[in-house]
Write a new protein. Structure first.
Length: 440
């Protein structure tokens, strides 16, 4: 029998109706054996995510000594779920223990993790699957970083004898047993960890959209869904702002090449997006897989004549960046110029200091900082060794009257990045989208 690991996100778990839909999906296939769950998300726009409320519980207990008041919301939400689904569980006892432990905790992680914990406990009872606590199988090192080796050992051993299990997402434990969470949206990572540990054939990630879009739907009306994308392409797109999956969720499955299928709980027949290890064979008309972008970048432009023959010039600039803990995006250079493209947030409140240090390090003829740059990545293995993709991008941008301030194409040819003024951000995405995905 094949093994599928299914992770369901917050919207899929938001109330009893959504949860019974989730259980139908699980039961529709015997292969759906390991279920990783998020905490209930928002039921409507005005609602609160359970995880946000749990952080509020921790903050309130820090201020007032107890989280009793905001914890009422947690009690009500889970009570509705348990009552409507008629799950036989002594919810009150669990909630009383959690409230007490939040009041005694010294970090927000324990509180934040309880949303997933309760989701999984209830679902395990509802489905009659075994509950396996993430605290037993997901480990962090003392310095807080994820311990992939130990986790894989523990999770494989614990799950090997269990045919059907429900596991809470988002958290694990430190060596001293204290709960620690991943960053927000981290249940995607937990799902991936479980998929690797049980050598799954497929990791299904169930959410509230039918896959990755080829471009941001806030800018493009009804963009096409990406049918297939490689891990690498997805990394590029997620890094540049496309969000559906936690960017770290790829690492555990990448090691063993397990595909991830993004599926829609509210439209389960949709095929969704398949994320695969190797670049799928592209048809001639599938040069580009997707487009993504981000605003709020700055450029530090350094000029010095004879720069290109001055050994160690770039290294000295890079050490200044390192000194300030800056990780830069791009470093395009000319004969006598070098630009550093970096997130504007790195410069806030210390731009003058950074500039002064660069002047000290390389004595440039001039140094200027420009703000308000947006970066847009056009991503696709299909571009590799094909003539004319860059020309299509730049012709489309010229027609849209967009001035390109910076260009960067890695030699892997899977990605062309353009830098434009932030005001041209949307026009750039529209022009590139219409060129490669438009109906013309
Ligand atoms: N519940 C957590 C969050 O809201 C983790 C997750 O849903 O993946 O970030």
């Amino acid at each position: 029998m094949a093994i599928k690991v299914c992770k369901f996100g917050g919207t899929s778990m938001s109330d009893s109706k959504a949860i019974s839909r989730v259980s139908e999906i699980i039961k529709a296939e015997k292969d759906r054996r390991y279920i990783v769950l998020s905490a209930p998300g928002k039921r409507n726009k005005e609602d609160f995510k359970i995880t946000d409320k749990l952080y509020e519980c921790y903050n309130t207990k820090c201020k007032c000594g107890t989280c009793a008041e905001p914890f009422k919301f947690i009690r009500e939400r889970y009570q509705e779920i348990v009552d409507a689904l008629k799950v036989k569980i002594d919810l009150k006892s669990y909630l009383d223990v959690i409230q007490k432990e939040i009041d005694e905790s010294t970090a927000p992680d324990y509180a934040a993790s309880r949303g997933e914990y309760l989701s999984a406990l209830i679902m395990a009872k509802y489905l009659d699957y075994e509950f396996v606590d993430a605290a037993e199988i997901i480990r962090f090192k003392e310095d807080g970083s994820f311990d992939d080796v130990l986790t894989n050992e523990l999770a494989s051993a614990r799950l090997s004898g269990v045919a059907y299990a429900v596991i809470p997402g988002f958290y694990g434990t430190l060596p001293n047993g204290v709960v620690k969470t991943f960053s927000r949206g981290g249940s995607d990572v937990s799902g991936s960890i479980v998929a690797r540990a049980v050598s799954a054939d497929l990791y299904e990630n169930w959410t509230d959209v039918s896959g990755f879009m080829t471009a941001d739907p806030r800018i493009i009306d009804n963009p096409k869904i990406i049918k297939k994308v490689s891990y690498q392409e997805l990394r590029e797109l997620s890094y540049m702002g496309a969000s559906v999956l936690h960017p770290d969720a790829i690492f555990p499955v990448r090691l063993s090449g397990i595909p991830i299928n993004i599926k829609n709980t509210f439209s389960p027949e949709d095929k969704g997006t398949m994320i695969v290890a190797h670049s799928p064979a592209h048809k001639a008309d599938e040069l580009v897989t997707g487009i993504a972008g981000k605003k709020d970048f700055s450029v530090i432009l350094v000029e010095k004549s004879m720069m290109n023959s001055e050994l160690g010039f770039a290294r000295r600039i890079m050490s200044v960046l390192e000194e300030f803990g800056i990780s830069f995006e791009h470093m395009p250079s000319g004969v006598d110029t070098l630009s550093v493209v970096l997130a504007t947030s790195y410069l806030v409140g210390r731009e003058d200091k950074i500039v002064a240090r660069i002047i000290e390090a390389v004595s440039p003829d001039s140094i200027v900082v420009h703000h308000g740059l947006a970066l847009i990545a056009t991503v696709g293995h299909g571009m590799n060794a094909k003539v004319g993709t860059a020309s299509r991008i730049f012709t489309a941008l010229a027609k849209a009257n967009v001035n390109v301030r910076m260009i960067d194409q890695g030699s892997s040819e899977k990605n062309i990045i353009v830098g434009v003024q932030s005001v041209d951000y949307e026009a750039t995405i529209k022009a590139i989208y219409n060129e490669f995905f438009g109906e013309n």
